[in-house]
Design a protein around this ligand. Structure first.
Ligand SMILES: Nc1ncnc2c1ncn2[C@@H]1O[C@H](COP(=O)(O)OP(=O)(O)OP(=O)(O)O)[C@@H](O)[C@H]1O
Ligand SMILES: [Mg+2]
Length: 138
């Protein structure tokens, strides 16, 4: 599908948030500046998180477990991950019930190959984004 604006990307995040279940892995791929964090932020908001959502670029992982949220979420950006083994130390898999929103999943090795929902975002010359969503079992 074509997503014309950041506002439309946020609407897509709200839509996706209706379909996610605790513990699922959502892989968000696409180049720098594609809109992976914009989409993650809107999913977090739709799930009830009401504070700031910053890019987990340096920490690699941010955990969100506000009691107001429909489920806990871990938001990861693996761009700077050096070794997939670090994901265990960082705690990505610590909580089985956390929804995992992962940017740059291709940096995470085999544990991240089988996402429940894969979202690929490709910037188009006119500033819009071509977004392809694959849901396991659909
Ligand atoms: N249609 C669109 N959808 C999403 N973002 C858009 C769109 N058009 C413009 N933008 C802008 O593109 C930028 C996307 O940035 P974002 O941080 O979400 O990218 P990212 O994919 O997370 O990059 P990185 O790999 O660096 O983490 C934002 O500044 C946003 O305002
Ligand atoms: Mg990002």
């Amino acid at each position: 599908m074509i997503v014309r604006s950041e506002a439309d990307m946020e609407r897509l995040g709200y839509d996706l948030a209706k379909r996610v279940r605790p513990g699922q892995l959502v892989a968000l791929s696409g180049p720098l500046g594609a809109g992976k964090t914009v989409l993650s932020r809107s999913i977090l908001r739709a799930l009830g998180f009401d504070g700031d959502v910053s890019s987990p670029t340096y920490a690699i992982i941010h955990e969100y477990s506000d009691p107001a949220m429909r489920m806990p979420v871990v938001h990861a950006d693996l761009y700077r991950l050096e070794d997939p083994e670090e994901l265990h130390e960082l705690g990505l898999f610590d909580d089985q019930d956390s929804l995992k929103l992962v940017e740059w999943p291709e940096m995470g090795g085999h544990a991240l190959l089988r996402a429940d929902i894969s979202v690929a975002i490709a910037p188009v010359a006119d500033g819009s984004r071509e977004v392809t969503i694959n849901e396991k079992g659909m």
